[in-house]
Design a protein. Sequence first.
Length: 133
Amino acid sequence: MSNKEKQTDEFLHRWYAAVAAEDIDAIAATLAEDVEISSPAYWAPKGPKPYVVGVLTGVMGAFEDFRYKGEWVEGPEIILEFSARIGETKLRGIDRISLDGDGRLRHIEVMVRPINGLMALADKVRDHISANS
């Protein structure tokens, strides 16, 4: 196993454990200092790290019954398929993650469907960010 493969495996182990525990500090520890997030709610990637942590905290607070259902890995590029719900609204999506040279999350792009799930998620995250700004 190459060093890059080992870094990716270690990242995934830490990421899955942190998400399952809903441990935002452990999630934040997996992020690079220059991390950015791309979401369906806006066009350009956003950062810095405190902003990304705030968005991920809002997402964790919004989702119920969150489960990763699939994983695709090619070097430091990862796609994780998930399902969740917000109230009665069910949704599916993917997290497209790019790791930096140190095995930390450098960029995460989130895609969600259907549109009512995306709208419910955007409302919850916006409310969280507004309340904590």
